[in-house]
Design a binder for this molecule. Structure first.
Ligand code: UGA
Length: 438
């Protein structure tokens, strides 16, 4: 099939590449010329494991093209995907100006039947607004479909190629057939393509992300209570998760959720509720808990050293909001660094992928340094703080670690080490939802 993907951000690039991988002819379009030039030359603009191979292969086979010319990109396309940013506006609602702006242009450009698909996370009712924006100028038939994306950063290629489910919101049989054909190669193992109306599809995305965020905040509260009552959240998680109704996944306590999706989507759903004069009480708590959890490590550090951290120097492993990504949007690490600096401390950081994205924020600030590897970050450190659970942090050379550090103190925001091991190593070890090892 011939496809156009408008917007070469995270979702656009992954979707475009993965659609090409099953033999579709995909043209990706963006207004950013330098980005398009970079992509044309085979250089990805995001870090995503496994994407580069597919990306290069499909460019080479000429199934994946890039252009800044919207009209040219959509001319022969049967399906046009909108993978445009929907940043939160000042009041927390999603800003639809990019989506609606492009829709208006499409209305003027299309000359034959097109299926126009919303892939961005957009508030309920957007498909209708997109439809209206196109219809204002369109001289031909078209359908607007809501097809939210559920891929996770870090495992996006796998999530896209083998989705648990595909959600398609459309009230048109013609569009339904086109979407069925498109997704057939991705659901060969029998996972469902679930068809529904546009509004329900839009709602499904917000409900899924908000529910997952709720699970995390819930587990973070359980962890905080575990610490107070002498329980261990790792055991509690396993015990709970073995109930099939609950499930094992997504129950890890930590330093809160970050990234470009959960914080934005939970806020936007609350906003939608408010607009409909409904008070979504759970969501307000989910956000409140997450705000507090992001700096829970700082509270622990302060109760260990005292409120004033002047003269204290910390090593920090991990900056990205989660492993296997260079994304630092809403990353708990940044909140922790700022709190530590405000209390008078200095920080030496290491992250396998995300450092370049953080550098700019601390340019000229010699209180924060970015080190070449995880061991360099430990030099003269009073304590090590672990914020992102990259695999490379899980089995460090402890002898080397403690020979470099000033003191044997670890604050672990992701529970990457075993308590027994820390006891054996005679380390002060304070993690999440577990008793501190002294
Ligand atoms: C999330 C959803 O998982 C995807 O399904 C969705 O498509 C995507 O948002 C989106 O809306 O585009 P993502 O933000 O890439 O994906 O990352 P997740 O793996 O979901 O992690 C989000 C945050 O939750 C991270 O900060 C992570 O550290 C935290 N988390 C996750 C926990 O604290 N505990 C857990 O058990 C799981």
């Amino acid at each position: 099939m011939k496809l156009a993907v408008i917007g070469t951000g995270y979702v656009g690039l992954v979707s475009g590449t993965c659609f090409a991988e099953t033999g579709n002819q995909v043209t990706c379009v963006d207004i950013d010329e330098s980005k398009i030039n970079r992509l044309k030359s085979g250089k990805l603009t995001i870090y995503e494991p496994g994407l580069q191979v597919l990306f290069e292969r499909n460019i080479k086979q000429e199934r994946l093209l890039f252009t800044t010319n919207l009209e040219e990109a959509i001319k022969d396309a049967e399906i046009i995907f909108l993978a445009l940013p929907t940043p939160p506006g000042e009041d927390g609602s999603a800003d639809l100006s990019y989506v609606l702006g492009v829709a208006e242009q499409l209305g003027k450009m299309i000359t034959d039947y097109k299926v126009i698909v919303d892939k961005s996370t957009v508030p309920v009712g957007t498909a209708e607004r997109v439809h209206a924006a196109i219809a204002a100028n369109a001289k031909t038939e078209f359908d607007v479909v809501s097809n939210p994306e559920f891929l996770r950063e870090g495992v996006a290629v796998d999530d896209f190629m083998k989705p648990d489910r595909v959600v398609v919101g459309t009230s048109s049989d013609r569009a339904k057939k086109v979407m069925e054909k498109l997704y057939n190669p991705y659901v060969r193992q029998g996972n469902p393509v679930i068809f529904m109306d546009e509004r329900s599809a839009e709602m499904t995305k917000y409900a899924a992300n908000s529910y997952l965020a709720t699970r995390i905040s819930f587990m973070n509260e359980i962890a905080n209570i575990c610490e107070l009552v002498g329980a261990n959240v790792d055991f509690v998680r396993k015990g709970m998760g073995s109930d099939n109704r609950i499930g094992q996944r997504f129950l890890f306590a930590g330093v809160g959720y970050g990234g470009s999706c959960f914080p934005k989507d939970v806020q936007a759903l609350e906003r939608t509720a408010n607009e409909n004069k409904y008070e979504f009480n759970i969501l307000s708590s989910v956000m409140k808990v997450n705000e507090r959890q992001k700096v829970v490590m700082v509270d622990k550090i302060k109760s260990f050293y005292g409120e004033d951290l002047t003269g204290k120097h910390f090593a920090m492993w991990g900056l990205a909001f989660k492993p296997n990504t260079d994304d630092i949007r809403e990353a708990p690490a940044l909140y922790i660094i700022n709190e530590l600096l405000a209390a008078g401390a200095t920080v030496a950081t290491f992250d396998p992928e995300a450092m370049e994205n953080v550098l700019e924020q601390y340019e000229g600030d010699d209180r924060v340094s970015f080190e070449e590897n995880q061991y360099n970050a430990l030099k003269n450190a009073d304590a090590l703080i672990i914020v992102t659970e990259w695999s490379v942090f899980r089995t460090p050379d402890f002898e080397k670690t403690f020979s470099i550090m000033k003191d044997r103190v670890i604050f672990d925001g992701r529970n990457v080490f075993d308590l027994e091991q820390m006891e054996e190593l005679k380390t002060y070890y304070n993690s999440i939802g577990r008793q501190a090892v002294d």
